[in-house]
Structures are given as structure tokens and as C-alpha cells.
Design a protein around this ligand. Sequence first.
Ligand SMILES: C[S@@+](CC[C@H](N)C(=O)[O-])C[C@H]1O[C@@H](n2cnc3c(N)ncnc32)[C@H](O)[C@@H]1O
Length: 255
Amino acid sequence: MIDAVDYDQRQHQTYQVGRELPAASRKLWADAFAARAPAARPLTCLDLGSGTGRFTPLLAEVFGGPVYGVEPFDRMREQAEAAPHTKAVRYLAGRAEAIPLPDETCDLALMFLSFHHVRDRPAAAGEIRRVFKPGGRLLIRSHFSDRMPEVHWHRWFPRARAVELKMFPTLAEVTDLFAAVGLQPLALDTLRERFTDSLAESSRRLRTRAISTFEHLDEAEIEEGFRRMDAEIAAGPEGPTYGDCDLLVLGRGEG
Ligand SMILES: C[S@@+](CC[C@H](N)C(=O)[O-])C[C@H]1O[C@@H](n2cnc3c(N)ncnc32)[C@H](O)[C@@H]1O
């Protein structure tokens, strides 16, 4: 497993700006979550590894019920608390291995790019199962190392792909873990997300380093990567950036 990232050290300062969700992405994800959630409304949701709360208020909007944003790092949670949200949203200190909620509380849990940060994954699987009501669904937005897509910015940072291959589990590692607690894979969707309108915008966002992969690269290779990226931007023409994103759906019973 790759070294853990301390989000309270640096990431919390830039995450909201560097990873801001464009309106089209909000809609893409809202629709994707709704398509795979249990049909009833309202739903009680858990945003597990909620960070600065990018998705937490959105879950309340889409599913109409209470949403718990559980996040281990205080400074990430402070950013979430300071951002607009309704009374339906509550942010709690906690982590996937020890979810601060009673048994059978949630209909839906989202782990959006947080699963690969969890250190004790069997404990997390047991905890998720514990807080699920019957019929609970888990949505994991992640990469899987055995089906890593092309990532548009990796070409300027040659070691980034190797870092991410080490960072993300395989699909079978994840499905085996959850099978052990009775949650089966129900679907695996791949969504094409438009990240930025231009490479220049992508460069500006990447420079915030609000992607934990940068924590595993050294200064010299980061600088060299941005130098090469900027040279390509200057040579133009440049278009929007896109990426393929996996959403794994787990639960009991029918898909
Ligand atoms: C890439 S950020 C994603 C945050 C948020 N889900 C989003 O998409 O904006 C990863 C988050 O996982 C959190 N995290 C790290 N270890 C965790 C754990 N053991 N349990 C739950 N979340 C964890 C980090 O603190 C961080 O906020």
C-alpha cells in the first residue's frame, strides 16, 4: 500500500479550488448516483471520506434525506462546514474503519475517490455493512489498478501512472472485500467526465496540486512536468480535457 496522505498538511488549502466541480459534472454525478440508488425517496445518505464536502450537499439535494459527511481530517471538514449547506447535512469526525453512526442508519453510501485512502479495508467493509439498512447500496467512484484508464495529465508526469497503479486496488480486491460482508457487485458504470474546458485551465488546476498523486512525486519532476505541459499549451491548439471514471455499485440482491 502506498504511503498515507495527510490532508491536513497541504491538501485542505487548495482542494476546493483545485477540484471544484463544474455544473456539468454535478449533473453527471447526480444522475449517475440516482440511477443506481435504491428507488425510494427520501434516502439517508453517508458521504464517506467527504473531504471539503464537494458531494455532501448534492446528496441531500438529490435524495431529499439527511446526509452524514464523515471525514477523518479536521481541516478538510472545516472547509466543508464553512461551505454552503442545509440543515439536512451533518459533518462528523470519523473514518471508514470506525463510522460514527448507529447500526442500520443509511440507505446509500458514497465513497468518491476515498476508498483507496482507507488503510484497514476489511474493517471499513464491516463498518459500511453495519450502518446499512436492509437494501443499502454503496457507490465507489475509484480507479482500479487492473483497469486504469488513460489520464490526460499523466503524459507530462511520467511517474504519475506508476504511483496511481500502486495507489488503487484491483477491482477483484474490492469486490472480494465486500463479498466477505455480504455486499455483491451490482453494476460497474464508466462515465466520461469533462474535467476542464482547456489544457490551460487544466494546468492552472493541476498547479494547486489538489490531487494526492502529487504528494508522491518530487519537486524536480513536478516542475519539469509543468514546464513540458506549458510548452505544449504555448504550441496550441488545445481543447477540453476528459477522463473515464468508474463507479462501482455494491449491495445485496438484485441490480
Ligand atoms: C480525494 S479526497 C475525496 C474527498 C471527497 N470525497 C471528494 O470527492 O471531494 C479523499 C478523502 O478521503 C479521506 N480519507 C482518508 N482516509 C480515510 C478513511 N480511512 N476513511 C474515510 N475517509 C478517508 C481523505 O481525508 C480525503 O478527504
